[in-house]
Design a protein around this ligand. Structure first.
Ligand code: URA
Ligand code: SF4
Length: 180
């Protein structure tokens, strides 16, 4: 894919499409690639990504039994928030991905994804960990792993959110074999 639908294509090294089995029942959605992701072409492979891997490990998930993608697929320069025009330009890609993968659960990582997939007014500090079913897909949001690296006091709440995610996987995802 060599998309040029928005100006982010000018500065990217790789389009970071997504990682994981194509029939995953659980789909994580972050914000956009950072420096390491842009260089390697895979989502969440930098410091935040290592922390995400640890979060997944706690509940038996990994890149082998869930899918990980981002709202925008090319790195915003300097890791700034993706602009509305960039999110809008990229949203067709993500919507096609969701149609193909057809996940049972969508887990938004941070506010930007939650605003797109749960509620435009989403308040992450109040609403993280709550579940809502929209169009047949159960959705929740966790604090973004970068936020958890910056502020460790948020980690206990996230641990509880992960336990609730595991419960939802056990209830709604019969084909997902949890590891460990
Ligand atoms: N942060 C994100 O939101 N996505 C990535 O892929 C990496 C860091
Ligand atoms: Fe295309 Fe999305 Fe990259 Fe913009 S961010 S160039 S819309 S793939």
């Amino acid at each position: 894919m060599a998309c040029t639908r928005c100006p982010l294509y000018e500065t990217r090294h790789h389009v970071v499409f997504g990682v994981g089995p194509e029939h995953s029942e659980v789909m994580f959605i972050g914000e956009g690639p950072g420096e390491q992701e842009d260089l390697k072409g895979e989502p969440f492979v930098g410091r935040a990504g290592q922390f995400l891997d640890e979060m997944l490990y706690i509940i038996g998930l990994s890149r082998k039994n869930c899918y990980i993608a981002n709202i925008v697929k090319c790195r915003p320069p300097g890791n700034r928030d993706p602009l509305n025009v960039e999110r809008d330009a990229c949203s067709d890609w993500l919507r096609s991905q969701i149609r193909l993968i057809s996940p049972k659960l969508i887990v938004c990582l941070g506010r930007i994804a939650a605003m797109e997939f749960i509620d435009p007014e989403f308040r992450i500090s109040r609403q993280h960990g709550s579940w809502v079913e929209i169009d047949g897909i159960w959705r929740t949001a966790l604090y973004h792993p970068s936020a958890l690296l910056r502020d460790p006091t948020k980690r206990p709440e996230t641990f509880r959110d992960l336990i609730s995610l595991k419960q939802m996987v056990l209830e709604h995802c019969p084909n997902t074999i949890l590891e460990g």
